[in-house]
Write a protein that binds this ligand. Structure first.
Ligand SMILES: [Ca+2]
Ligand SMILES: [Ca+2]
Length: 158
């Protein structure tokens, strides 16, 4: 998968199994895609994709339809110029959630997975110090650190 920053598209290249790849299939997302995270977002045991689109301040969700094809299923607007995207199960319900680091608004946005590939939008925001947030890292084995920090409103600085 490549993100094509100056466009509104990502390109998927399927591995032939010998180190070569089939020609890419393009998928339209929001403007300025910069990062992709992979994981089973809808619980059907195949790998789906979440794409961070910097210029549009949005996350696009691509659900796997099998045999290397995807459908752009939904998008979520994020305030504050999201600069990074990570995944993890932040509330411990077994469903992969998403978090963005927002470089202009100095916070994180959490998208909680409902289990079918749709997300509760911006349900929790952690306000940080006066430093710009450029990346997020999941620090614990349980992947619950950020969620605990949100509940206790501890300030973090990256
Ligand atoms: Ca899936
Ligand atoms: Ca979860």
């Amino acid at each position: 998968m490549t993100t094509n920053l100056r466009t509104s598209a990502v390109s998927l290249f399927i591995n032939n199994g010998d180190g070569s790849f089939r020609d890419g299939s393009d998928y339209s997302v929001q403007k300025g895609p910069i990062k992709v995270v992979a994981g089973d977002l809808d619980g059907d045991k195949d790998v789906d994709l979440a794409v961070l689109c910097f210029s549009a301040s949005a996350v696009s969700i691509l659900l796997n339809r099998g045999k290397g094809s995807f459908v752009v299923a939904s998008k979520y607007d994020i305030t504050g110029s999201p600069a990074d995207l990570c995944s993890g199960d932040f509330n411990g319900d077994g469903k992969i959630d998403l978090v963005t680091a927002n470089s202009n608004s100095l916070n994180l946005s959490i998208l909680l997975n409902k289990g079918n590939g749709t997300f509760a939008k911006d349900v929790s925001i952690l306000y940080l110090t006066n430093h710009s947030v450029s990346c997020v890292v999941i620090l614990t084995k349980t992947q619950r650190l950020i969620w605990r920090l949100l509940e206790t409103k501890i300030l973090m600085c990256f």
